[in-house]
Design a protein around this ligand. Sequence first.
Ligand code: NAD
Length: 307
Amino acid sequence: MKILLATEKPFAKKAVDGIREIVENAGYELKLLEKYTEKSELREALADVDAVIIRSDKIKAEEVEAAKNLKIVVRAGAGYDNVDLEACSARGIVVMNTPGQNSNAVAELAIGMMIFMARNQYTPGTGSEINGKKLGIHAYGNVGRLVGKYGKAMGMDVYAYDPFITDAAYFEADGVKKVDSVEELYATSDYVSIHIPATEQTKNSINYALLNRMPKGATIVNTARKEVVNEAELAQLLAEREDMKYATDIAPAILDELKEKFGKRVFSTPKKMGAETMEANINAALAAARQIVDYFVNGNTRFQVNK
Ligand code: NAD
């Protein structure tokens, strides 16, 4: 079996060494493609492999077409909107993610961004504190739950909205208040931390009407995906609501415009870095390699996302 590790943005060396060890101990061969600049390089590398581990690398119909022996794609991370599930399913290729493995890194960044914005991006002047403020968690999955936990530790009053978790006791056990509509979540929260996946349903769903429900002085923190926020309507909102701020880990397409118009009220990390910690690299990388071996040896499809 040949396993390709294809990372345009490479893993830390320790994570690559860990993958190699798992793959070779299983008697398989590891093929490495890092820092590639052309899509054609990825397609060529895919031509003779049985499995591929990716990060934000795109596996679309053309890549599937080029990968004649491919049986499994594992996205080392949570979001898998970079993989064409339909094209994979049509060829019987299993697609998995590695849920939960980078959540802590993302949650720490989200909390860090709240403090960063509360303190005017660490520039002199009077800022504010997050202690005592209301924090709304938009989607209570692996990352959202940890943001809630750390928010509580900072003295925040935590609310969460996730229509796919109907059991209120699940939230109550964490000391978090379950909110029944997304409108109520935004109307309640001084800080909203966004953790919804990018899907056909969620894209552009965070719009002017929703954001405008937020109380005076509110801050939105997005460590999920840029596509879930309607950027034109965000710009309109920030123009009308001088009290509001937006911080994101995924640069908006209109970042230059936002920065020029709204200065320190807008912040974006230069490159998505939520999962960019040594710990998250290693957790996600090793999980991906183990899931591939477990699939080939035992047929385990627990983390398959295209069932
Ligand atoms: P997860 O799958 O554990 O949780 C996602 C949650 O979203 C689930 O609880 C689900 O019920 C909920 N959900 C789905 N649709 C919803 C909707 N319309 N409204 C409200 N809730 C909804 O994923 P996660 O690990 O918590 O990650 C969340 C997202 O963060 C990922 O999809 C990914 O896009 C993004 N992410 C970003 C980085 C980064 O580097 N910035 C790293 C990891 C994940």
